[in-house]
Write a protein that binds this ligand. Structure first.
Ligand code: P1T
Length: 384
């Protein structure tokens, strides 16, 4: 049976993974090697140097391509490497339109690194405005993150793709699918050109790797993006590639549980007298709940909420949680909690943060797969 005809759970376990031809080992070995012996100059078994390709990484790439129903995947040293490689694809004088609420590191890369090389980025409110309000004749890339980090806005991927693909020259549309994971959202099927993942998060799922991936269908893009990756480096080591490959096998089970737990906690927080407002795409109160219902197969495991009070209230709450670890990152089996304004989004200028609504009372949680009653009790005790 062709793996491409199988359902997500089966693809997650099997895609890219073949028994080792020399030993029959069911798990892909960790090919800890930098180089490969050639029989005569230029003749080898498909691998010549591990910056260019490595068999463990090849297996991971086939696995992630399978999850996103994409033709090609490049596994990377981090999610930010993916953003950087796509920016290398541009030239000085090119323009990017990015969703206004994106991971702080993505915004930092656009504003403080690529701006210096002549690539200008406009941060756009693509919930309330059309893409046409922001594009210019030199717009070459549209950057969508959905759900956004940290405000969990939902961007209508199909709508933005339709508008982008009418433009001439046609910009590439990239969707950062880190928050939804391929279990809940398939941007390529909605017309996006490239999907980016920080595999650090749900794909690996165990908070022990930093990694990234790009997935796409276009053969020309494969040649160009691999050329950039091979030229600048930015590859994951074989052990990291293996860990992500292993993590992916349980992705479907984990995502289901992350979401079940998140629904319970979002509803509890929405009822809580010390909470001002809860943002979770699965709540009817979410302004883009209908778009999320149409575009996603589920609502994920991330919740953002505003406490009543001030910075001291937030600090007090964050110091009192016990099961939720106060830490950056997300998507691991263990629940994490953080303060975006001081932690993950500190690199965004304060004025922009305030305008977006990333305030001192904004808290973000990554709901883990623990027992939900324990998680609920931990939050309730900390809220006091
Ligand atoms: O950390 P790295 O693997 O380089 O991934 C960057 C990245 C890209 N896209 C999104 C949506 C992300 O959330 C991240 C990283 N985010 C965090 C570390 C965080 O705590 O939000």
């Amino acid at each position: 049976m062709d793996i491409k005809e199988c359902k997500f759970e089966t693809i997650a376990v099997h895609a890219g993974v073949q028994p080792d031809p020399t030993t029959g080992a069911i798990m892909t070995p960790i090919y800890a090697t930098s180089t490969y012996v050639q029989s005569t100059p230029g003749e080898h078994k498909g691998y010549d140097y591990s910056r260019t390709a490595n068999p463990t990484r090849t297996a991971l790439e086939a696995s992630i391509a399978g999850l996103e129903s994409g033709k090609h995947c490049l596994a990377l040293s981090s999610g930010c490497t993916g953003t950087d490689i796509l920016c290398h694809f541009l030239e000085a004088g090119d323009h990017v339109v990015s969703v206004d609420d994106v991971y702080g590191g993505t915004s930092r890369l656009f504003r403080t690194v690529w701006a210096r090389h002549g690539v200008e980025t406009t941060f756009a409110d693509l919930v309330n405005h059309n893409l046409s309000d922001y594009v210019r004749p030199n717009t070459k890339m549209i950057w969508i993150e959905t759900p956004t980090n940290p405000l969990l806005k939902i961007i209508d991927i199909e709508k933005v793709v339709q508008q982008a693909h009418k433009l001439s020259p046609k910009p590439i549309v990239v969707v950062d699918n880190t928050f939804a994971s391929p279990y809940f959202q398939s941007p390529l099927a909605l017309g996006a050109d490239v999907v980016l993942h920080s595999t650090t998060k749900y794909l690996n799922g165990h908070s022990d790797v930093v990694g990234g991936a790009l997935v796409f269908n276009d053969d020309n893009l494969k040649a160009k993006l691999h050329h950039i990756q091979n030229s600048i480096g930015g590859v994951p080591g074989p052990f990291d590639a293996w860990l992500v490959l292993r993590g992916i096998k349980t992705l479907a089970l984990r995502m289901k549980r992350h979401e079940e737990n998140a629904k319970v906690l979002a509803e509890m927080l929405e009822r809580h007298p010390k909470v001002e407002r809860v943002i979770y795409p699965g709540l009817k109160s979410h302004p883009q709940h209908d778009v999320a219902k149409r575009q996603m197969k589920g609502f994920g495991g991330m919740i953002t909420f505003f406490l009543k009070g001030n910075l001291a209230t937030s600090r007090n709450f964050l110091e009192r949680v016990r099961l939720f670890a106060l830490a950056e990152s997300l998507g691991g089996v263990e629940s994490l909690i953080e303060h975006p304004a001081i932690m993950t989004h500190a690199s965004i200028p304060a004025e922009t943060r305030v305008k977006l609504g990333i305030s001192d009372t904004l808290i973000r949680i990554s709901v883990g797969i623990e027992n939900v009653q324990d998680l609920q009790r931990d939050l309730e005790l900390a809220l006091g």
